[in-house]
Design a protein around this ligand. Structure first.
Ligand code: IMP
Length: 185
């Protein structure tokens, strides 16, 4: 078996931006808010792979109203921090969402291109309602006008890893959210 290559920047050397406890607190608060907003209703959480998988897993368990979840995947033609801006759907919904209350769950709302694309796409399926939940929001980076309905943390324009978020597919498993050194991006 080939020796695995270590990440060139160990996660332990990256500064913690939000601890496991801080994340848990916010996810529980957002789950509570969603439970109040959708009292008596059923909702479908649509996670955006792969970044939102961990946030969705925690959020779904923090929501007390009846919920199911599904995933979509998009490719944004970029590696690491850079992206060309073109978004393409590479995995569609498995279950119909027509007439359902849908919350799209994303890891980071950055330029807004991904969520604008997905919002348009989801609306074509005629859901009863459509909202957006994101773990992080970088408002300074927005290129298109879109806001999330539920946000755990607003952050400045810094590159982050952990809690599902990657740099070149690494670090998604890091339990907290950390700042990735800008000179390494
Ligand atoms: P947007 O289309 O620019 O809003 O891009 C959103 C996507 O870019 C997110 O779902 C992430 O996959 C990725 N992204 C943006 N900022 C970061 C970051 O700081 N760390 C990791 N991924 C990021």
């Amino acid at each position: 078996m080939a020796t695995p290559t270590l990440p060139f920047v160990p996660a332990s050397s990256c500064q913690v931006l939000f601890s496991v406890e801080q994340i848990r607190e916010r996810v529980i608060a957002i789950g509570k808010q969603i439970s109040e907003d959708y009292k008596g209703e059923s909702i479908v959480l649509v996670g955006v792979l792969k970044g939102a998988a961990i946030f969705l897993a925690d959020l779904a368990r923090a929501i007390e109203v009846d919920n199911t979840f599904d995933f979509v995947a998009v490719s944004s033609y970029g590696k690491g921090k850079t992206s060309s801006g073109a978004v393409k759907l590479i995995k569609d919904l498995d279950v119909p969402i027509e007439g359902k209350h849908v919350i799209v769950v994303e890891d980071i709302l950055d330029t807004g291109l991904t969520l604008s694309y997905l919002r348009k796409l989801m609306l074509q399926h005629k859901p009863a309602s459509l909202k957006i939940a994101t773990c992080l929001d970088k408002p300074e980076r927005r290129l298109v006008p879109i806001e999330a309905d539920y946000v755990c943390f607003k952050i400045p324009n810094r590159f982050v890893i952990g809690y599902g978020m990657d740099y070149a597919e690494k670090y998604r498993n890091v339990a907290d959210i950390r700042l990735f050194p800008e000179d390494k991006v």
